[in-house]
Design a protein around this ligand. Sequence first.
Ligand code: SF4
Length: 321
Amino acid sequence: MRNTDSSLSSPDLRRRLHRRLLQWYRTNKRSLPWRDVDNPYYVLISEFMAQQTQLARVEEHFPRWIVRFPDISTLAAASRRSLLLAWSGMGYNRRALNLHAAAMRIVEEHGRRIPDDPTVLQSLPGIGRYTAHAVACFGYGKRVPVVDVNVRRVLSRLSRNMNTTETMLDEKEAWILAADLLPPRACYNWSQGLMDLGAGICTARKPRCSQCPLSTVCSSAHRLRTPERKAAPVVRETPRRIYRGRVIELLRRAAGHCSDAERIRCQIFGSTDPADRQKLIGILASLEKDGMVTVYQGKKRISDVAAHSAPLSALRICLVK
Ligand code: SF4
């Protein structure tokens, strides 16, 4: 018989829910290099990497990163340039610098120990609510909720009779419910189990309710309709972040510097349109502001490239030291 109690408030129901998910997780969990390793640093790195990058790519990069920067002290002492070089292929390069800034704060202010308190963690650069709770729970076994998009989707469907695959609890409700549903023990396995269930069974568009260990306690089991996909809006202009990424990638391949910004313009825009000069200057100014590149004319550093009128061919661009 299916549950219709939208709040999942019955203690018996909760016990069944916990037991079923934890049993399922024991035999179905994904094997990931940062899992079941008693090392908060591994958790911190994997969570930073996974913020905007697909898991398969994180799995590929993570072991190399750990060999290169095995602990928080090594990371804090590394140059920003070495981090940007090592971050190649991960996208959203600003994360590498945020990670570095967080590592320096951890070394300077927390005696090299990654904090275990989500509030303290959230005061560090690049760490939001999800990452803070993930480090506290997965790195230290703290009994705190962890809500990513998979967990939010699973909890939404479990707790409410959702009619379509597109409806979900709002984020605030999902965090409240996640905190309320935490089992007394095994919070690590519980949250990891919800994530794995959301990634493999209770997926965004094709939930496999007939294979789900929670189908008898789920309010939405076998009821979800998947609306037709709306046509994706036509993207007319390449977003600036793509060009920013291309500039950094080009510098990586050129050993960290390019002595002629005109070459960068040709390579990233693939045209000789003179209007691209201003576009590139804007991109360089934003990268400079974020501390990723420095711009020189000859040996002189230019502090405000946007206000400069030198030809691109006179500008030398370097990855930050
Ligand atoms: S029964 Fe279906 S909707 Fe409910 S959690 Fe499982 S896969 Fe998701």
